[in-house]
Design a protein around this ligand. Structure first.
Ligand SMILES: Nc1ncnc2c1ncn2[C@@H]1O[C@H](COP(=O)(O)OP(=O)(O)O)[C@@H](O)[C@H]1O
Ligand SMILES: [Mg+2]
Length: 195
């Protein structure tokens, strides 16, 4: 079965094998299972007492909490190249650099909280550490930083729409990520500000 989302990150055959529910035949069934898993992952993030958010271990545990009931490879880094993302051998080191940078931005108030978290979110999607679920994980990771580190409210990423479907809101989100690729974070900041 093909993976349900757009072709930004197609699963390789061995990744597709990692589906824990072998009876699934439709995309909507998979979407529902993933959505239920994500809800319990968000609940874990909100109640967790972990304070080491800026560690590889936390980043991986969050992915596992969000997708681990559905995919056996949840919480483990990509081993194959995708259209987006750094080469697999560079994932751990690029993530480490990003986490160090974010710690520095937080400690030194280099950027306003929202801007720091938006820069972090963009870089995390660009590294693309996991076989799939990078967008959803990076949005929830950004929310975790806002809530736990900065004691601020989460971003309303969906703005009342299902960001995971191909609506206008997702289009402007992807456009904003592309602008950030070019060093312009304004569109992503504006996007994240919509209430
Ligand atoms: N040029 C791009 N086009 C689409 N998505 C991009 C692009 N660059 C980065 N991304 C990010 O990658 C995500 C898609 O990767 P994927 O691993 O499939 O995550 P998910 O399954 O949560 O959507 C998008 O949600 C977005 O956050
Ligand atoms: Mg996907």
């Amino acid at each position: 079965m093909n993976h349900p989302e757009e072709d930004t990150t197609q699963l390789d055959p061995d990744e597709a094998q990692g589906l824990k529910f072998k009876h699934i035949t439709t995309r909507s069934e998979l979407n529902h299972l993933e959505q239920a898993n994500i809800q319990s992952g968000i609940a874990w993030m909100r109640r967790s007492r972990r304070t080491d958010l800026l560690s590889e271990s936390y980043v991986r545990e969050l992915h596992k909490r969000l997708f681990g009931e559905v995919w056996s490879w949840a919480g483990t880094f990509r081993r194959t190249g995708k259209k987006i993302g750094v080469d697999p051998p560079r994932i751990a080191v690029e993530l480490c650099t990003l986490l160090d940078n974010m710690q520095y931005w937080f400690d030194n108030e280099t950027y306003a909280p929202r801007e720091a978290v938006i820069r972090f979110h963009h870089r995390l999607t660009a590294i693309h550490p996991f076989p799939n679920g990078n967008g959803r994980h990076a949005r929830i990771m950004a929310d975790a930083l806002l809530i736990k580190l900065y004691r601020l409210p989460a971003v309303d990423w969906a703005g009342g729409q299902d960001i995971h479907s191909m609506g206008d809101r997702r289009k402007s989100y992807v456009q904003a990520l592309r602008a950030a690729d070019g060093g312009d974070y304004e569109p992503l900041l504006t996007f994240a500000d919509i209430k």
